[in-house]
Design a binder for this molecule. Structure first.
Ligand SMILES: CC(=O)N[C@H]1[C@@H](OP(=O)(O)OP(=O)(O)OC[C@H]2O[C@@H](n3ccc(=O)[nH]c3=O)[C@H](O)[C@@H]2O)O[C@H](CO)[C@@H](O)[C@@H]1O
Ligand SMILES: C=C(OP(=O)(O)O)C(=O)O
Length: 440
């Protein structure tokens, strides 16, 4: 499909400024949280990305009135939450993972929830067993049918004690969004504590929830009878910020990422510096640049917060292909997050994948029968190629590689994938001096 294709003339460093707005991985959850309230909620700085449109559509099907204000403001009025037909909901089947988080809010409001097949990036099996087990413990009944999940809770859900086998972001959000209106106390052990989760807790607290974050990943939620609305400006997107930082490094450029927040990116910044990248933290963002010296190889493992995010590795690996020596990236969160390396190799990179847990510690997952360690030998000269994007973050890394390469590449799948997480992608590339075109 040529309309989904970006032509990239490589070889020019990215230079200039981009602005990041509210984090993709918070915005959609904040939208879901609005359903829990009886009052109007206002979310500011919402980027124009496709996941927002999908969740908006689902909320509207359930009777939430959504309107837009200036500069990315979204307003939610959930006073008339109602059931939607499975056929209508199924229009959104396979489009996002967020619908699973509607379980608790819809059960509280309606006693029933229908969840279509989930979508999201195909970067692993991505089961929802922790979600379903937690919901059962709250008292929900779950019926899996070929068209999706039907959940019922004829009585008020009850608080519970639950320990996650792994600090899953989605399952932690599931528990939070369910426990806030459940009867009694919920204790969640081994919870995820990503900045996006802390921001969701802030939103719920604004709505009237009582949530205590203890040490050692323990979160205690005291259920309340009723929640109101919220006014919230979300944390900036630290994945997008790191993506532009990696793009600056890989193209030997200099990019000021307005809105980038140091505290949410500390681990990334340490790695960026270890590779040889330079940055300066400013009041309104972070400037990232290639200082001219040869980049250095590093070993890193992806991990839950405060570790190195799994969503940061794909863009950074393009820069690592330009570093001298052997870099190791051990992916411990998802089983199949190296799909993009095939394209980089086609362009001249030297990346080998291994089933072993390379990098230091064994994979906490136990799922070792996957190619989840990458060894990147550099520096490699990159040449243009025709590339097919396999998922969102991989897509960004394809585009960076094309920008760093010699010659003209064609990148397919841009509008399908990149638009899920990067607002005004073409506009931002143009602002940074990238030489890209859309076919006529
Ligand atoms: C929309 C959103 O916020 N997406 C992010 C979210 O995804 P998401 O919330 O889906 O990621 P999780 O933290 O839940 O998944 C982490 C790991 O746990 C496994 N797992 C998860 C749930 C479950 O019930 N059973 C199970 O086995 C998954 O297969 C995966 O291997 O966190 C990931 C980890 O930071 C990020 O890469 C994604 O960008
Ligand atoms: C994996 C991602 O998102 P999702 O969970 O929506 O698929 C991502 O943002 O990189």
């Amino acid at each position: 499909m040529t309309e989904d294709m970006l032509v990239v003339h490589g070889g020019a460093p990215l230079r200039g400024e981009v602005q990041v707005r509210g984090a993709k991985n918070l915005i959609s959850k904040a939208m879901v949280a609005s359903v829990l309230g009886t009052g109007v909620s206002r979310l500011y700085d919402v980027p124009k990305i496709s996941d927002v449109g999908i969740i908006r559509g689902l909320l509207e099907l359930h009777g939430v009135r959504v309107s837009t204000g200036p500069e990315g403001e979204l307003v939610f009025d959930p006073s008339n939450v109602e059931r939607a037909s499975t056929d209508e909901i199924n229009v959104h089947a396979g489009s996002s993972r967020i619908p699973i988080l509607l379980c608790g809010p819809l059960l509280h409001r309606l006693g029933h929830a229908f969840i279509p097949d989930l979508g999201g990036c195909k970067i692993g099996d991505r089961p929802i067993d922790f979600h379903l087990e937690a919901l059962r413990q709250f008292g929900a009944t779950i019926d899996k049918t070929p068209d999706g999940l039907h959940l019922t809770a004829p009585e008020r859900l009850r608080g519970t004690k639950f320990e996650l086998p792994y600090p899953s972001v989605g399952a932690t959000e599931q528990v939070l969004l369910t426990a806030v209106l459940a009867e009694g106390i919920t204790e969640l052990r081994n919870a995820a504590v990503e900045p996006e989760i802390v921001d969701l807790i802030c939103i719920l607290q604004k709505m009237g929830a009582i949530i205590k974050v203890h040490t050692n990943r323990v979160i205690e939620i005291q259920g309340v009878e009723k929640l109101g609305g919220y006014n919230h400006r979300p944390i900036p997107d630290r994945i997008e910020a790191a993506s532009w930082a990696a793009a600056a490094l890989a193209t030997k450029g200099d990019v000021l990422v307005r809105g980038a927040n140091q505290v949410d990116m500390m681990t990334f910044l340490n790695t960026f510096r270890s590779v040889g990248g330079a940055f300066e933290v400013l009041d309104h963002g972070i400037r990232f640049w290639h200082p001219g010296d040869e980049l250095k190889a590093v070993a890193l493992e992806t991990d839950v917060h405060p570790g190195f995010m799994t969503d940061w590795q794909q863009p950074l690996v393009v820069a690592l292909s330009q570093a001298r020596g052997l870099s190791i990236v051990h992916e411990t969160v998802y089983e199949r997050r190296f799909g993009y390396t095939e394209a980089l190799n086609k362009m001249g990179a030297n990346i080998q994948l291994y089933r072993e847990c390379l990098g230091g510690t064994p994979c906490r997952w136990g799922r070792r029968n996957f190619l989840h360690s990458a060894v990147i030998a550099g520096p490699s000269k990159l040449y243009a190629a025709d590339l097919e994007i396999p998922d969102l973050r991989a897509g960004f890394s394809h585009v960076i590689a094309a920008l760093a390469a010699e010659g003209t590449s064609r990148v397919y799948g841009v509008d399908h994938y990149i638009v899920r997480g990067y607002e005004d992608f073409d506009g931002k590339l143009a602002a940074l001096g990238a030489r890209t075109e859309r076919p006529a």
